[in-house]
Design a protein around this ligand. Structure first.
Ligand code: ADP
Ligand code: MG
Length: 252
């Protein structure tokens, strides 16, 4: 499969700290890739670089063959990269559907306010937003809850709502930062099936996740970070056998 996302010697420092060092990594189109590693390894920082929140100190990020290093977050979103964050970031007083519409509007290039206003001049765009938002909700199994306030959803549902919001931007690449964190086994199972369904629609996925069983079950390829350096890469079974990975996880 063609490479969709490529990091080439990506390095980022925060003052004296090298958070990610010389990272080479690829995600192929249509695959589920995972980035794993102990706390503080640099995983979320990689997401922040891919999405333009941080500019790398050195190296390059290529998406669909285009150099996107240093582009602004909205430009990267509009090229087709969407993400969720490690911590839930919902508008708890808004409805489930409105939370998703906000994601849709980010792709359209407007602001949050525009996503929720009902000016007659933007009726047509509004319809598209509503339709796309509803199909995103459908993909995460929350259609029946579309008019609920986000605060009334269970924890697992809130995490899925965040994924729907990211999907509403119609991404080519979806970045999920610890989507299973805090979920019970049943919620994790639902989430896993949902991620597989999303891939089925043609979206490529890059996952950061701590639950090894989850990662090993769902991923096509896995990259392992430790203290900002890549220590292993391969299929789930290759990575699980790698002595460097075992050492990083079990302590030295
Ligand atoms: P992970 O997601 O793998 O747990 P992070 O990417 O959040 O790790 O963090 C990697 C390292 O970079 C940590 O040491 C963290 O404290 C540091 N770091 C992340 N963001 C910043 C920042 N904005 N300023 C300074 N240090 C940061
Ligand atoms: Mg993190």
């Amino acid at each position: 499969m063609p490479v969709l996302l490529e990091l080439d010697h990506m390095t980022i420092r925060f003052g004296g700290l090298i958070a990610v060092s010389e990272l080479n990594m690829q995600v192929e189109e249509g695959k589920i890739g995972s980035l794993i590693g102990p706390n503080g390894a640099g995983k979320s920082t990689v997401f922040n670089v891919i999405t333009g929140i941080y500019t790398p100190t050195r190296g390059k990020v290529t998406f669909k063959g285009q150099n996107i290093t240093g582009l602004k977050p909205y430009a990267i979103t509009s090229l087709g990269i969407a993400r969720t964050f490690q911590n839930i970031r919902l508008f708890k007083n808004l409805s489930v559907l409105d939370n998703v519409k906000i994601g849709r509007h980010c792709r359209a290039g407007g602001g949050i306010f525009g996503a929720l206003t009902r000016h007659p001049g933007i009726k047509r765009e509004e319809k598209t937003i509503a339709e796309k938002s509803l199909s995103a909700l459908d993909l995460v199994g929350l259609t029946a809850k579309k008019n609920e306030q986000a605060r009334n959803l269970s924890y697992g549902e809130q995490r899925r709502l965040e994924i729907a919001r990211a999907l509403a931007a119609e991404p080519v690449l979806l970045l999920l930062d610890e989507p299973a964190a805090g979920m019970n086994p049943q919620e994790k199972q639902t989430l896993m099936q949902m991620i597989l369904n999303i891939r089925q629609t043609g979206v490529t996925i890059l996952l950061v996740e701590h639950d090894m069983k989850f990662v090993m079950n769902i991923s096509d390829c896995v990259d392992v970070l430790d203290y900002g350096c890549k220590i292993a890469s391969g299929t789930p079974s290759e990575v699980q056998k790698d002595p460097a990975v075992i050492t990083a996880y079990l302590g030295k």
